[in-house]
Structures are given as structure tokens and as C-alpha cells.
Design a protein around this ligand. Structure first.
Ligand code: LMR
Length: 399
């Protein structure tokens, strides 16, 4: 332990270097590659057939209205735009939208929601352990470490088979203690694309309830898998069965507002008054970290969801994004029987059974940028890149 004298002697020059986030590093690496044929399937952003990440037409329209009608930028408070969070309720919570034991607030992206959810758990029970199926989003472990909760990893996915290791998941969750946290991916699992089916969700919900665990569901890709309602199946089942549920949600992808950082956190407890107390802590933690969330992106989403015409046009644009994801998946799956599993998965990501060396070789030989883990963004490919990508992958698998 540092004495005050030691602490005084240390300064910023004594800091150890820290490895930068692997996914963010990949954005810079791909951008710096001068080869015009480069393929960037690293970070998770939707691209259309031409390889662009356009602003949705409904968001453009909402932004125009915002500029024309917004009369003040005065503070809104730690909850952000309350109407935005209300408008999300039926989309995310479905039949539970009116449940007064569930409260929500606007957060800076899904990442802000996750941090706040874990902050709440650490405030209530610093001894809680977080059960994490691996592989998972590379930013989950650092967020859990930042709130000083213990993490227990269990294997979620068998890479060579493209399959969920459900028995391992059952065993790990069944061995968890009451009050421990089950971190779950609501849909479009990042990084594997391997989602629980409905029976598996039922079983996970049963174990969570029986063991008295707290589920924290990260749902960042609602609407990118099977549809808005279908993708919320696990969230809604958990809400139907369990008294305490935490949901970290993101609009960054399904409204394509990535850099505007648009998310929300929803908390359910056994009573409206306990939820209100929990939200008091949530507001306090938010105040300490970012005080208030950025307004612009959520204000645009609010305008889209409030206006029936814009809302139905958003559903059309969302469906088009989902259809492209699924059609690229089918094209990749058809290229080689060893890639067939990609056609049975959901969302933006899948994981290729390639070693780190093979991934780096593809980077060097073909200017193809994917995560070291073999995770690639299915929909990072433009239409004319798909053939070249699958050829390179098949070449690597044959080697
Ligand atoms: C991803 O996994 O690529 C996205 O969620 C972007 C991010 O912040 O890592």
C-alpha cells in the first residue's frame, strides 16, 4: 500500500504505458493503409452495398427540424431527455412498457449505459461477481474492472464449430451465488454472432431466477438480427420472470448515430419505490461521470420516434439495414461449406476460425483488416469486396 510520502513521490512520468483498445486501434491502422483495395471489417459500423455508412434519411430530416425549432440548449439534467427514454420503452420493453417498477434514463451510448449499470451493482453489492461468457466485447472486461467487481469467465462459444457451448454456460450460471451478475448479450452477439435460441433463453432465465442472479443485458443491435420484437425476446422474458433486471441499450447502430453516442439504461426492481431509490444512485453516478448526457443524437431519435411518419420511415430504413446484413451473411456462407455457420448467425459480427498469425497475414497480403480474434464485421464489406474477402478467407483456411 502506498504511504502518503510514496504517493507524493510519484508523478505522471511514472505511469506505465497502456495498450490501446484493440478495436479502436484497428480503425487507425486500416485508415493509414495506403492500398486502395483495402477491406476494413474491423470496428462495427453498418455499410451499404457501396461501402458507405450513410446518415439515415429520417435522422437527417430530424436534424433539420431540430435546427429549425430548438430554442434553447439549457441543461436538461442527469436523466437527459426524459421523453426520449419514454419513447424507447415500447420498442425495447414491449408488453412491460407500462411497468412502473422499470425506470430508464438517457446515457452516452450503450457503453455509458453499461458503465452506469455496473456502477449501480458495485454500489449495491461490491462483493458481486460478474459471470462473463467468452469471447465477449473487448470493452466489457475493462468496464467491469473499472468498477472493481470480480469477473468470472466461462466459455460461451466453440469457434471451430460456430456453436454456443450451452452446457458450459448452464454450469457456470448454476454455480453462481445469489447477487452475482449474469452479463448477457440481448441479440446479435458481439463478437460471435451466435445468439441464444428461445429455449436457451428460457433455460437461462430459469437459472437466473432460481439462483437469484442479477441479469445485466447488453442490447446494442436491436433490429439488426431478426426484427425489433424478435431481438428483444430475451430482454422481455427476463422482465416477465425476474424482479431485478438491468438493461443497457444503444441506438447508435439501429439509428446509425454512432458518434453522437445515444443509449439508455433501464433498471427494474421488485417495487416502484425501490426502483426510484436505485435510480437516485444511478443519477448520482451519472452526475459524477458525465453530469449530463450529450443531447443532439437523442434529440434526433426523439423527433423520429415522436412523429408517426418519420417513425414508419425509420422502420423501413432499419429493415433495409437488416436485410443487407442477412444477405451478405448468406453470400459469405455460400462461398465454402466451412463458412456455412455464418449464414445461421445474427447481427454484424462473426468469428472466423483463424489464428492471430493468419489474421495478421491477411492484413499484410490482402489489406484485410479484422480483429486479431478473427472477429469480422460482416456488413463492413461493400458488394464488390465480398468475393475477394471470401477468396482470401478460404485461402487462409486451406493453408
Ligand atoms: C464494436 O464492437 O466494433 C463496436 O461496438 C464499437 C466499439 O465501441 O467497440
Amino acid at each position: 500500500m502506498l504511504t502518503p510520502a510514496d504517493a507524493k513521490a510519484r508523478s505522471l512520468v511514472d505511469l506505465e504505458p497502456v495498450a490501446s483498445d484493440s478495436l479502436l486501434q484497428l480503425i487507425a491502422l486500416a485508415a493509414a493503409d495506403p492500398r486502395p483495395e483495402k477491406i476494413d471489417v474491423g470496428v462495427g459500423v453498418f455499410r451499404d452495398g457501396a461501402g458507405n455508412t450513410p446518415i439515415l434519411k429520417v435522422i437527417k430530416e430530424a436534424e433539420r427540424r431540430l435546427v429549425d425549432t430548438q430554442v434553447t440548449k439549457a441543461y436538461l439534467g442527469s436523466a437527459g431527455d426524459k421523453r426520449y427514454a419514454e419513447l424507447l420503452r415500447p420498442i425495447l420493453l414491449g408488453e412491460h412498457a407500462e411497468d412502473d417498477r422499470i425506470a430508464g434514463l438517457q446515457t452516452p451510448g450503450g457503453c455509458g449505459a453499461l458503465r452506469l449499470g455496473f456502477e449501480l451493482i458495485a454500489t449495491a453489492n461490491p462483493a458481486a461477481r460478474v459471470m462473463v461468457g467468452t469471447p465477449t466485447w473487448p470493452n466489457h472486461p475493462p468496464i467491469i474492472a473499472a468498477v472493481r467487481l470480480e469477473r468470472v469467465d466461462y466459455p460461451y462459444y466453440e469457434r471451430g464449430q460456430g456453436a454456443i457451448r450451452f452446457e458450459d454456460m448452464r454450469e457456470a450460471l448454476s454455480g453462481a451465488a445469489p447477487g452475482d451478475v449474469a452479463l448477457l448479450h440481448g441479440c446479435c452477439h458481439n463478437p460471435t454472432g451466435a445468439d441464444l435460441d428461445e429455449d436457451q433463453w428460457r433455460e437461462v432465465v430459469r437459472i437466473v431466477k432460481e439462483r437469484g442472479l442479477i441479469p445485466l443485458i447488453d442490447i446494442a443491435y436491436q433490429g439488426f438480427g431478426r426484427g425489433l420484437d424478435e431481438d428483444a425476446f430475451g430482454v422481455r422474458l427476463m422482465l416477465a420472470e425476474c424482479d431485478e433486471v438491468i438493461i443497457a441499450q444503444s441506438c447508435d447502430k439501429n439509428f446509425s448515430v454512432y458518434r453522437d453516442r445515444v443509449g439508455s439504461l433501464f433498471v427494474k426492481t421488485g417495487s416502484a419505490s425501490a426502483t426510484s431509490t436505485a435510480m437516485g444512485h444511478v443519477f448520482q453516478r451519472a452526475r459524477e461521470m458525465w453530469s449530463m448526457p450529450p443531447d443532439h443524437g437523442a434529440a434526433a431519435v426523439h423527433i423520429v420516434l415522436e412523429d408517426p411518419e418519420l417513425r414508419s420511415r425509420w422502420l423501413v430504413e432499419l429493415t433495409a439495414m437488416r436485410d443487407r446484413i442477412n444477405s451478405v451473411r448468406q453470400r459469405i456462407a455460400a462461398a465454402d461449406p466451412r463458412l456455412a455457420f455464418i449464414g445461421r448467425q445474427f447481427g454484424m459480427f462473426s468469428m472466423l476460425p483463424l489464428s492471430r498469425e493468419q489474421v495478421l497475414k491477411m492484413r499484410e497480403d490482402h489489406a484485410i483488416y479484422m480483429a486479431d480474434s478473427g472477429r469480422f464485421n460482416v456488413v463492413g464489406l461493400s458488394d464488390d469486396q465480398i468475393g475477394r474477402f471470401t477468396d482470401a478467407v478460404v485461402e487462409a483456411l486451406d493453408a
